[in-house]
Design a protein around this ligand. Structure first.
Ligand code: UT7
Length: 333
């Protein structure tokens, strides 16, 4: 992006990690009053992956990170920065240092970033700033979420949507532009539409003094309103990012949009008059993996040879906060 002599940023490796255990729509119909006939046409989801209890979010994140580093050909010791985009970290003080330790990325500073399903896009934008200023040269962005550990498995309006997964990209400072534009937005006035919050309960402490104590609440969502927000906000932000990059929608080979609902992907494609073949879709197999869904879709397309070095791409996220954003990029070294 900068044309001022500062370093530019290239995206040089991507990886994904999906747990093996698979939960189908038919399986779900044994848990709540739902069916494949309801879930599939409304969402495009057939199955999702579930992280077994003996594994942690850090295990999943590290697995995706190793795959991305291997593809980039960069040893973990060469990383300067690790950002973990997650809303379901094992450690509320931050889980990124545990990912750093698991990778043996001894030189890297590591911290968490939370922006729900937009977390990966926000984290790539954040990491890019460190590289563009010249402070760091190599960064790893990992998005990982285990929403299966936070949903209410008795609530059919949410538990059928989400799955567990992680995805990662490696960014490297260079001389050729890899990140062509960034557009990010937040609107906290819509925060009640989608939440994974802590309730505060009052407890007597001593004498008349009360203290607040946190209690984790499951995911709560107003699906219809989030849907309306997404089909309006996502095409707009993509258009703005393309305009800022000076690139036409047709010039882009791959659109990697947050995988929440196939109908949202179809509506975005229609609004932007995109060839649906250029809009990545993997939610049939993995459901909504929150922040991880964009890099999982990117990793899948690169593995399948549908997207590669020199291709133009758009990544776009949207979700709780509310948050949304888009990045136009050129893939590879
Ligand atoms: O990453 C976070 C971003 N999240 C999203 O992007 C989600 C966006 N929203 C959506 O994808 C859709 O709104 C949903 C897929 C969540 C829901 O689809 P919908 O067509 O908006 O359904 P609805 O919420 O309006 O519910 C329609 C009916 C209701 O029954 P009544 O009140 O009409 O009798 C629900 O109780 O479907 C019922 N229902 C279900 N029935 C069977 C809701 N969930 C289920 C279910 N199985 N799992």
């Amino acid at each position: 992006m900068p044309s001022n002599g500062l370093p530019t940023v290239r995206l040089v490796g991507v990886g994904a990690a999906l747990p093996d255990p698979c939960l189908s729509n038919d399986d779900l119909s044994q848990i709540v009053a739902t069916s494949d006939e309801w879930i599939w046409p409304r969402t495009g989801i057939r199955q999702r992956r579930i992280l077994p209890p003996h594994l942690s979010l850090v295990d999943l994140a590290a697995q995706a990170a190793k795959a991305a580093l291997a593809q980039a050909g960069i040893p973990p010791q060469d990383l300067d920065l690790i950002l973990l985009a997650t809303s379901t970290g094992v450690e509320r003080f931050g889980s990124a240092p545990q990912v750093q330790a698991a990778l043996g990325a001894t030189r890297a500073v590591a911290f968490d970033l939370t922006a729900a399903c937009t977390g990966f896009v926000f984290a790539v934008a954040t990491a890019a700033q460190f590289l563009q200023t010249g402070l760091y040269r190599r960064a790893l962005v990992v998005a990982a979420d285990v929403l299966s550990r936070t949903v209410d498995w008795a609530d059919r309006t949410t538990c059928v949507l989400f799955g567990d997964g992680a995805g990662a990209v490696v960014l490297e400072a260079g001389e050729t532009d890899g990140i062509l534009s960034i557009e990010l937005r937040s609107d906290g006035s819509g925060s009640e539409l989608l939440s994974l919050s802590m309730a505060t309960e009052a407890k007597p402490l001593v004498g008349s003094l009360q203290v607040g104590q946190y209690r984790c609440c499951p995911i709560a969502m107003n699906g219809r309103e989030v849907y309306k927000f997404a089909v309006q906000a996502v095409p707009e932000i993509i258009e703005k990012a393309l305009f800022r990059a000076g690139i036409s929608a047709e010039a882009v080979q791959g659109y990697f949009i947050h995988q929440a609902n196939q109908r949202i992907l179809d509506a975005v494609a229609k609004r932007l008059q995109l060839d649906p073949q250029r809009v990545a879709s993997v939610l049939e197999y993995y459901g909504n993996t929150s922040g991880a869904s964009v890099p999982i879709a990117l990793a899948t397309w690169i593995e399948q040879g549908r997207f590669g070095a020199g291709d133009l791409g758009v990544m776009a996220g949207f979700g709780a906060g509310l948050t949304w954003g888009a990045i136009v990029f050129r893939w590879g070294k």
